[in-house]
Design a protein around this ligand. Structure first.
Ligand SMILES: [Zn+2]
Length: 143
C-alpha cells in the first residue's frame, strides 16, 4: 500500500519535470523562432516569456524532493566529516554545563548554610550572626 503511494508521488514529480522541460524548451523555441523569422510576432515573445519562468518554477518544485534529499545527504556527510570535532564540542559543552551545575548547587548549599548561621535583629532588622547577643548595628540586646 505504502509502496504504491510512493511510486505514485515519484511519478507525479517526474510528470512535473517533463512538463517543466517542455515549457522551457517551448519557450526557448518560441523566442528562437521569433528571432530567426524576419517578421516579429509579439504573441510568440509573450508566450515564450510566460513559458520560461513557469517552466523554471515547475522544475524547481519538481526537484524539491531531490534537493531535500541532497541537503540531508550533505548534512550527514558534514556531520560524518566533523564527527570528532562535534564530539569534542559536546564533551566541552557538557563539561561546562556540569561545572555550572556544580557551582550553582555549591552556591545554593552555601546560601542555605549562610542563612542558618544568620538571624535578623529584632529592632533594626539587619542581618547578624545567629549566636551574637547584641546587634552589631544598633547595639540592642537580642532575646
Ligand atoms: Zn539592630
Amino acid at each position: 500500500m505504502e509502496e504504491k503511494k510512493k511510486t505514485k508521488r515519484i511519478s507525479g514529480f517526474w510528470i512535473a519535470r517533463i512538463i517543466a522541460i517542455l515549457l522551457l524548451a517551448g519557450g526557448l523555441c518560441m523566442i528562437i523562432i521569433n528571432s530567426v523569422n524576419s517578421e516579429e510576432s509579439p504573441a510568440l515573445i509573450i508566450c515564450g516569456c510566460f513559458c520560461i519562468p513557469i517552466g523554471f518554477m515547475v522544475l524547481i518544485f519538481s526537484l524539491l524532493p531531490a534537493i531535500q534529499k541532497g541537503m540531508i545527504k550533505l548534512n550527514k556527510h558534514i556531520v560524518e566529516e566533523n564527527k570528532e570535532d562535534l564530539q569534542d564540542l559536546s564533551t566541552a559543552q557538557s563539561e561546562i554545563l556540569s561545572e555550572g551545575v556544580k557551582n550553582l548547587s555549591k552556591a545554593a548549599t552555601e546560601g542555605v548554610q549562610d542563612a542558618k548561621d544568620k538571624k535578623f535583629c529584632m529592632y533594626c532588622g539587619k542581618q547578624i550572626n545567629n549566636d551574637s547577643k547584641f546587634c552589631s548595628y544598633c547595639g540592642k540586646e537580642q532575646k
